[in-house]
Structures are given as structure tokens and as C-alpha cells.
Design a protein around this ligand. Structure first.
Ligand code: ADP
Ligand code: ASP
Ligand code: MG
Length: 437
């Protein structure tokens, strides 16, 4: 069994949806994971924001505009009257539901239900389309088998337990379709795996059923060696190790959800990144193997805050870092980068909800300095084979840019630099010219 995930642009128009059958072979055993039609989740986020602010009129205007778009979408997707009426019924059902929320209390619980509508729509419409052209498929409700716990951690054994009998029930069927992104939380409420989460769904499903392979079909021919939205002449990378891909995804390569590599890595399921617009292109294979001794790619993650704690109590003391880390742990705030000197420690975070409380508690140790609007630039490759020279090349490439923190040696795949976000574009370009051109 393979898992094939198609992102928003890959299902972004009726024409694109129809073309998926150039890639999906209905005779092969597979679970097809679909994202929402591109733009839909953004619209649902906007609708929720209006409803949270009780701006009912603006919410209704946005709901109606999206409804019109979906009416056009099904009209083109399903030209035959019977199927068109089935499609319209589905669209009306979801939009009537959205409109019905206007007059009720709207909380973050309802917001999650609103965000789920995109994937529910895309999968149901695709299922009807396949039926309309005589292709047999089974629509599996992700809310029945995708689950996160109170720490937002996915529960893979639960997925295995629920999905295995479901697949067995439809024995003889080969093509299964399900929603990316959506899941239930520990209260049983509708929730999601955060933006871009359909990649994560695919990887989790791959792990849960020990799939032969996970394929992430998107709008570019694999992981490139730099962010193609910022740097010209980026190139696809043929092979990455799980560790390298995980670092890139975590540190900002948008092609993969930040956590999506870990389940596949843990269960050793190869992941291929492929281009829906150019299905023949080789793409990127992520597996246990990789090309040794090479700098592979550069990524950047914005929205980072650096915190420096300076304390003479750190001098020759043990247990100091533990006490600092405990504060972050208590506020469920992950630390990304860390650097230390004899009397100070700097850490970075990107989850800022508890920043004020954290700072207040850190003051107990000494002075605290906070720098906002920072970016982590991360150079990824295999730095184990030949240790010398890489760090010097990286630093030399950006010697004209002020660096707030440097992290090297934490793993043998990554050199991370913390810089002001306003310098990010220049840093990515300079590193690219120096390391790849
Ligand atoms: P999907 O909707 O299919 O999930 P995304 O927009 O989430 O697609 O991810 C694909 C996009 O990621 C590409 O169009 C590209 O602009 C962006 N991207 C950022 N960094 C990289 C990178 N290093 N390699 C490839 N694509 C990248
Ligand atoms: N539709 C969701 C989003 O836009 C999930 C995804 O596309 O992966 O974030
Ligand atoms: Mg994505």
C-alpha cells in the first residue's frame, strides 16, 4: 500500500482534480490524502476571524463568496446532471452549516470545525467525480482514525487500530481517499495538525499502516537547495536523509510540514516529493540514505524571538540550565536554538503566547534581554564525513550580516544562524551564491 498526498494547488481547480488520474493508478493499492482546494483554508481562517470578532456581516459576505466559487467548481467538475446535483448538495450542506454558525456562540472549538470544511469538501467532491467517471473508490473519514493527545502529539497506534479494520472491511477495494490536516483531539473535538498539516497526515498514515512509500505531490519538483520564493536558480535535491529533511522542514522549507518527517523516519517509510505539474520529474527521495559529505540545502524560519539570560550564578554552578529549561517546560514552550557562555545563555523560541510569564520568572536568575523579529537560517548537509571547512565557508558567505547566535555541532547535519529577519533575504542569497553557484 502506498500513500499519495496531493496539496492545495494539485486539487486547486476542476481541471487539476481531473488530471490526478494521470498520476493515480486506480488499480494500485493506495490511500490518497487530499488537502483543501488552494485558498480555501485561508478563506476559512478569515471567516473564523470575523466570527470570533462577532463581525457577522463580513463573515457572511466571505461565506457567500466562497460558496459561489464552489458552485462554479462543481459545475465544471461534474458536467452530468445527476452527479452535479450530488455535488451541489454536498456544497450546499457545508455552506449551510457555515452560515448557521453566524448566530451561535463562536469559540476556538467552532473555529476548528470551520477549518475542517476545506478537506471535507475536496475529498467528497473528488469521490463523486471518480464515481461519475466509473472509477471505484472508498472515502475514509479521517476524523475516525486521526487523533492527537493533550500535547498535540499524534497517536499512531490509535490510527493503526482504527484504520486496519476499516481497510479490511473494504477488502477488494484498492483506491481509498481521505482528508489531510484534520483529526480529533483528546476531548474528541474536531481539531487539526496545524497549517500545511496534510503532509503530516500522509506521513502518519504511512507509519500507521507501514506503507511501502509516502508520496507528497505538490507544485514543485522536490526539495530545492534554497527557498525558491526568495532565491533564483534553486535546484531540486535528488536524495536526502530523514535527518536532513527533518531539519529543513522544521527550519522553514515550506514544501514539508515541520513535523511531517518524524513518523516516516521512525517507521523507516521512504518519502518522495513529486511535482503534480511535471509527474516525470525525479523529485526528491527521503530515506535512510543520502549523499555523504555535501552541503544540501538552506532554509529559514521567521518569527523567532531570542532570550538572553545573564547571571553570575551560572559561573561554576551546576543545575543552572535545568532550572532555566524548567521554566520553558512549565509554559509548554519549545526551545529551538541554544548557545551558552560562562555567564550567559541565549535560547530561541517561536511560540510566544507565554513570553511575558517566562521573562518574569527568568528575572529570578539575573538580567534578561529579548530580541524579537529574528530568523533562523539553517544550512543542512552531511557535515560528518569531512568536518573542517564547512562552518568557515558558511560564516564567510555572510560576513557582512550581523549574527546574533551560531549553533554548530549539535548534530552533524546542521549549521544554524540567528539573524535579524530584515537580513534574511540577503543571507539566503549570499549563502546560495557562495555554497552552490
Ligand atoms: P502544497 O499546497 O502542495 O502542500 P506548499 O505550498 O505547502 O504546497 O509547498 C510547496 C511550496 O513550498 C513550493 O511552491 C515552494 O514555493 C515552497 N518552498 C519553500 N522552500 C522550498 C524548498 N526548499 N524546496 C521546494 N519548495 C520550497
Ligand atoms: N489545507 C490545510 C492548509 O492550508 C492543510 C494543507 O494544505 O496541508 O494549511
Ligand atoms: Mg503544504
Amino acid at each position: 500500500m502506498k500513500i499519495l498526498k496531493f496539496g492545495g494547488t494539485s486539487v486547486g481547480s476542476p481541471e487539476r482534480m481531473k488530471k490526478l488520474l494521470d498520476i493515480i493508478d486506480p488499480l494500485q493499492e493506495q490511500i490518497v490524502v487530499l488537502s483543501a482546494v488552494s485558498g480555501t483554508t485561508n478563506s476559512l481562517v478569515e471567516i473564523s476571524a470575523k466570527l470570533l470578532k462577532e463581525d457577522k456581516q463580513s463573515a457572511l459576505t466571505l461565506i457567500n463568496a466562497l460558496h459561489t466559487k464552489y458552485n462554479e467548481f462543481v459545475t465544471e467538475l461534474l458536467p452530468e446532471a445527476d452527479y452535479l446535483s450530488q455535488g451541489k448538495e454536498v456544497v450546499d450542506y457545508h455552506f449551510n452549516f457555515l452560515s448557521s454558525l453566524i448566530n451561535d456562540l463562536f469559540t476556538p472549538i467552532e473555529e476548528k470545525v470551520v477549518l475542517a470544511q476545506g478537506e471535507l469538501l475536496s475529498t467528497t467532491l473528488y469521490h463523486i467525480y471518480l464515481k461519475s467517471i466509473g472509477v471505484q473508490s472508498v472515502l475514509l473519514p479521517a476524523l475516525d482514525f486521526m487523533k492527537i493527545d493533550e500535547d498535540n502529539e499524534p497517536d499512531i497506534p490509535f490510527t493503526t487500530e482504527k484504520l486496519t479494520p476499516l481497510l479490511a472491511k473494504y477488502k477488494g477495494n484498492k483506491l481509498f481517499i481521505t482528508q489531510g490536516f484534520i483529526c480529533r483531539n483528546s476531548f474528541g473535538e474536531v481539531d487539526n495538525l496545524r497549517r500545511g498539516g496534510s503532509d503530516y497526515t500522509a506521513s502518519l498514515l504511512g507509519a500507521a499502516i507501514l506503507a511501502e512509500e509516502v508520496q507528497i505531490w505538490t507544485d514543485i519538483d522536490g526539495m530545492h537547495n534554497n527557498d525558491p520564493r526568495i532565491v533564483k536558480n534553486t535546484k531540486p535535491i535528488a536524495r536526502l536523509s530523514f535527518d536532513e529533511a527533518a531539519e529543513l522542514a522544521y527550519f522553514g522549507a515550506k514544501i514539508l510540514h515541520p513535523q511531517s518527517v518524524f513518523p516516516a523516519q521512525k517507521y523507516r517509510i521512504p518519502v518522495r516529493l513529486l511535482n503534480t505539474m511535471e509527474p516525470q520529474a525525479a523529485g526528491t527521495l527521503i530515506s535512510t540514505e543520502s549523499e555523504r559529505g555535501k552541503i544540501k540545502s538552506i532554509a529559514a524560519k521567521d518569527g523567532i524571538t531570542a532570550i538572553k539570560i545573564q547571571s553570575s550564578r551560572m559561573l561554576l554552578a551546576y543545575g543552572f540550565l535545568r532550572k532555566v529549561f524548567e521554566i520553558f517546560e512549565r509554559y509548554k514552550t519549545p526551545i529551538d536554538m541554544i548557545t551558552t557562555s560562562e555567564v550567559a545563555v541565549s535560547v530561541t523560541i517561536d511560540y510566544l503566547d507565554n513570553l511575558e510569564n517566562i521573562i518574569k520568572e527568568l528575572h529570578a536568575f539575573g538580567s534578561v534581554e529579548v530580541d524579537k523579529d529574528q530568523s533562523i537560517v539553517c544550512v543542512v548537509g552531511d557535515f560528518s564525513a569531512e568536518k573542517h571547512g564547512y562552518a568557515a565557508r558558511v560564516l564567510d558567505a555572510i560576513k557582512h550580516i550581523p549574527i546574533r547566535m551560531i549553533s554548530y555541532g549539535g548534530s552533524s547535519y546542521n549549521i544554524s544562524l540567528l539573524i535579524n529577519t530584515e537580513d534574511k533575504t540577503e543571507a539566503l542569497k549570499s549563502l546560495h551564491n557562495r555554497l552552490f553557484e
